[in-house]
Write a protein that binds this ligand. Structure first.
Ligand code: SF4
Ligand code: SF4
Length: 461
């Protein structure tokens, strides 16, 4: 078995700042803000109005499409606004603002234990996952009910739980595995039952020996067929295609998905949320995240509510005077922010505060080949960056632009400091816009043709 993948880098993991800090409950905020966009796919539609009372766990935003996930109130209280607010994706997003009444009153039927979950069938399990609004908590935020609904011609035989947490600095998954191993194992069993996967794995990087030990012990108690695999420390070991290659020695084809090779991958936090949804009928209204970085006085792993103001979490951990950069997520794939007027969303795995010098102006490609040697998708990032700098999206697409997993490795190794992954994100955005225009054009043409047919049919009567 390979247990590794091609390319990759070895940045300092910086996990010592927070890895020994047990998960703390963040103080419950007076006001939460629940954005309607917290997942990949169509944003939710708000279903409450200003002034309405809400209970904890109540749906405040309904999924508007199959690839979407409902959002819930993380407190009980009163809706004080439904409007557009800053969002970590950099734009304004419709959000429901709720004033907490401090009563912690759950909506009816929620936070109630189901004694025997083994008797529940796959359809009921999937319904609970869907209703709970679970999305991939590793950062991808893909709705879980969609991921566990592969087409019939793509049977899943292998399920991998991702406990790699290869992003430097972040330790939330590590702490969750140490402190909640049984719930994670139960979540994995539920997910395997839903998709019918017989082979079960948990991949963890070798720099988390305690988590490997704890998860092996927890698995042995319940399901000895679960294999906890210790993986070499290499970034981006936690990317799903790289994890499938390392553990199963299967190659996801270009443009394909893990289901094309009979596999599914989910984060350990997602498995734990699944367990809570099924066992306690608890929607996804909180998550564990790491507040860390050289700019933080007292790094912590926190259990925070969805909608929790980021500023309050920063105040709790203390920001040093010299701190000058905030990133939501890890340093390799996270999103740099220009404001702290933001809230925790389902995909917020970390809040990273840095002290550092600006990178400065980037230079031309010097053809050193480092990005080519380290790209885990075997792309030619230098070529993509040059093409996209020249706005040549069509040629970049032909050079496999869409296979890029945006891991940031090329940008990390580039001595010319070229913002390669930023060029790539720009290119993908342009491509999406072109495709949307083409779709709209084709739909308009179809509508025109149908209209013409109707007119001809009327004329011939
Ligand atoms: S960001 Fe894309 S191009 Fe750059 S190393 Fe990662 S996969 Fe390769
Ligand atoms: S690492 Fe930077 S300078 Fe070197 S080949 Fe790639 S883009 Fe060019």
């Amino acid at each position: 078995m390979a247990h590794t993948f091609v390319g990759g880098v070895h940045p300092h993991d910086m996990k010592h700042l927070s890895k020994d800090k047990a998960i703390e409950n963040a103080p419950i905020p007076k006001v939460v803000r629940i954005p309607m966009a917290q997942h990949l796919g169509a944003p939710c539609k708000p279903v409450v109005e200003k002034g309405a009372p809400v209970k904890k766990g109540q749906v405040v935003g309904e999924a508007s499409a199959f690839v979407s996930a409902p959002v819930h109130s993380s407190v009980s209280g009163k809706v004080v606004d439904v409007g557009s607010y800053e969002h970590i994706f950099g734009d304004l997003v419709t959000s429901v603002v709720i004033e907490n009444d401090g009563e912690d009153t759950w909506a009816e039927g929620l936070n109630v234990e189901t004694p025997d979950i083994d008797s529940l069938g796959a359809d009921e399990l999937k319904k609970r996952i869907t209703d709970a609004g679970i999305v991939g908590l590793g950062g991808a935020t893909f709705p879980l009910h969609v991921k566990v609904s592969p087409p019939k011609n793509k049977p899943i035989n292998s399920f991998i739980l991702n406990g790699v947490e290869c992003q430097p600095y972040l330790t939330a998954d590590d702490r969750l595995m140490l402190e909640k191993p049984d719930g994670i194992i139960q979540g994995l069993r539920i997910l395997c039952k839903v998709v019918g996967a017989k082979d079960r794995y948990i991949g963890i990087e070798a720099n988390k020996p305690d988590a490997i030990k704890v998860m092996r012990e927890a698995a042995a108690k319940v399901d000895p067929s679960i294999k906890v695999v210790a993986l070499p420390v290499k970034y981006p070991q936690g990317a799903e295609k790289q994890l499938i290659k390392a553990i199963l020695d299967r190659e996801v084809p270009s443009g394909g998905l893990p289901m094309d090779v009979g596999a599914l991958v989910n984060n350990v936090g997602t498995a734990f949320a699944t367990w809570e949804a099924v066992k306690y009928n608890k929607p996804l209204i909180e998550r564990v995240l790491t507040v860390t970085g050289e700019g933080i006085e007292n790094p912590k792993n926190l259990l925070a509510l969805v909608g929790h103001p980021i500023k309050e979490l920063l105040d709790l951990c203390g920001v040093k005077a010299g701190a000058n950069k905030i990133i939501l997520g890890g340093p390799m794939m996270g999103l740099a922010q220009y404001t702290t007027d933001l809230v925790v969303i389902k995909g917020t795995s970390g809040i990273l505060v840095m002290e550092g010098k600006p990178v400065g102006r980037y230079g031309p490609c010097i053809r050193c080949g480092r990005c080519v040697d380290t790209c885990p998708m075997r792309l030619v990032p230098s070529r993509l960056s040059v093409l996209l700098e020249a706005k040549n999206v069509a040629l970049a697409k032909a050079s496999n632009l869409l296979d890029c997993i945006e891991c940031g490795v090329c940008t990390y190794v580039c001595p010319a400091k070229r913002p390669i992954v930023q060029f790539i994100k720009y290119g993908k955005g342009e491509l999406r816009a072109i495709q949307a225009k083409e779709r709209a054009k084709a739909e308009a043409k179809k509508a025109q043709e149908e209209e013409k047919k109707k007119e001809e049919a009327t004329a011939s009567k």
